[in-house]
Design a protein around this ligand. Sequence first.
Ligand code: FES
Length: 183
Amino acid sequence: MPTAAPEVAQRELEAHERLLIDQAISRYGKRPGALLGILETVQSANTHKYLSMEALRYIAGETGIPPSRIYSAVTFYALFNLEPQGEHVVCVCRGTACHTRGSRDLLEKLCLDLGLNERESCENCEADKMALTTGDRRFTVRTVACFGQCALAPVVEVDHHILSHVNERTLQREVKMLLQGRK
Ligand code: FES
């Protein structure tokens, strides 16, 4: 059943945002998978790597695809974001293999180091669907249900690079390098 998009105060899209969406729509046309291609193009062109409600409404208006279908696609696929993302994205796997090898501790320590309150923010959300961004928008910490690399558990992805057999020390070192702008 399609998920209803939340009501959000509307803002006008800038001319360049509309142009980008128009170009994506004409590039993908009515091909199978066109919607996903359009959404991916629009998100990757956004500075904060997310899809605003205004962009989704505009895509719906221009393609004739019902807004509820677009919203369902965006919420179904983990690659789409509805909130602005941090400059660096650290994604911790919370699947069974990674969990049994300590991913929960890795996640808690990471959130603590970055000043994110993971416990409080996860009270009402599923453990495999967390996404928190630091106030300065430098880091987004996310969780994923499984990377499909269970033999390498625990697995953490840092800015699209998969790290295997991660421990607290290696993760801290990665984050420190990002903080120091060495990556
Ligand atoms: S459970 Fe972590 S990669 Fe599969």
